[in-house]
Structures are given as C-alpha cells and as structure tokens.
Ligand binder design. Sequence first.
Ligand code: PXL
Length: 275
Amino acid sequence: MTTQNPRLAYVIAGSEATGGAGIQVDLKTFQQLGVYGVGTLTCIVSFDPKNDWGHRFVPVDPQVIADQFEAATATHDLDVVKIGMLGTPATIDTVAQALATKPWRHVVLDPVLICKGQEPGAALDTDNALREQVLPQATVVTPNLFEAKTLAGMDAIESVEDLAEAARLIHKQLDTSAGPRYVVAKGGVELPGPDAVDVLFDGDEVTVLSAPKVGEERVSGAGCTFAAAITAELAKGAEVPDAVRVAKQMVTEGIRARVEARTPFATVWQGAFAG
Ligand code: PXL
C-alpha cells in the first residue's frame, strides 16, 4: 500500500443536475488536476426541459449547510476553498459566518449572481448580501462580464480597458489588510474581438491573458471550471498568476473538446486537459 497524500480543495456550491455546471464541475476539475475534492451543497438547480430549460431552484436548509461545513472541516484540514452559487441571503449569511470561523490561505469566489427563475427583488437582496458578506473575505474573485459590471457598478464594459477598470473597482471592495487580493475579470465571448480576454488585477498591476475565442457561443460550466481550476492549483501551492494561467488553459481546451447536449449551451469537458 502506498500513501499518496493528495492536496485537498474544498468547494461550497450548488448542484446543477445536468452535470454541466455547479459542484459537479468543481469536483471533476479538482480530480482532473490531481486534488482531493471536498464539497458542501448550498442549493439544487434542475433545469426544466418542458419550460425552455428554466432554472428550478431549491435552497438547502441553512442548518444543513452549517452541518456539512462542520463535517467537512472537522474531518480535514482545509485551507483553500472555492465559493460557487449561494443563491439566497440566508445561505450567504450561513456561509459567510462559517467562513469567518477559520483562517483560509485562499478563498476563491466565483460571484454567481443572477440565476434565471429567481425573483428580481430576491436577486438584488442576494447580490447585496454577497457583496457585503462574502466579497470582503475573498482572496481571488472571478467575475464574468455581467458580474464585473454589476459588482463594479459600471454601465457597460465594451473594451479590455473597461474590463481592467471594473477589476480595479472590484478590488477596492476587497479586504487587503491580510495580504494581497486578486480580481480576475473575464471577458468571454461577449467582449468584442477575436480573443477571449481575461484581466488579472493584483492591486498594483494589470495582466491581460488572451486566447483565441473557440466559437462565439457561450459554453456552460466555463466559469465554474475556471474558478475550480484556480482553487486546485492554489491547493497544490501555486501562486495566483500561475494558477490563473493553468485555469485559462484548462477552460480553453475543455471548450475545444466541449460536450454537446440538448440544453441551449454545450458544456466544458474537463477531461480534455492533461496538465
Ligand atoms: O454557471 C453558474 C452556475 C453555478 N452553479 C449552479 C448553477 C449555475 C448555472 O446554472 O446552476 C448550481
């Protein structure tokens, strides 16, 4: 018997029942990058094929989220965590309180904001709760174009310069007293131009990462894969800029090898990335 002692990564996120997003993607990504995954479920999303694939959303009871956190953190020494979809102010409250009970080397926040099927009013409450309670605890935040615009309070993001400005404005909302903090704002297919451009801001310098766009269609699970890959690399001891580079490569290759499905979007194949 040999003991391999893999590094551990923790994720607090929702289930998306088709396997194309959410905690299913996070755990697949961790495994593909050679990291032992531990997961806590915040909500269950089941797309409705009878209703234009609308999101059916069920939150997990806050006490059950707290119980999962207790079990996971009592079992393992976890110091790197990814936060995915939370979904309600009550869930955000529970997760923010749980996070604050422990020191983390890294908290990677994928700030999943609106989910179709939620009341707009409820979504605004959720956005504000996320901004006030979880964002300040993050060491790395990975907003997409829409999330970057919302969190930065900008009217539009139409260029790489705008994206960098959004990253700077979001960085101001992070707590830099305990060490460096990073914003990775993702342009994706919606930012005009031939390349998929991401901007990494470390509080000082802007680094632009580019890869040729793979088609012009959005692919489901790209954001989840990206943040989960950063988390896995950080768990293995990488510095943030290197973790982000690996994550971008994994997403690019995963989109090239995407899984076509009957949902409106194809999904990322994490298994395409050999590392
Ligand atoms: O891709 C964002 C996302 C994250 N997590 C869950 C989701 C979705 C989008 O559908 O359902 C659980």
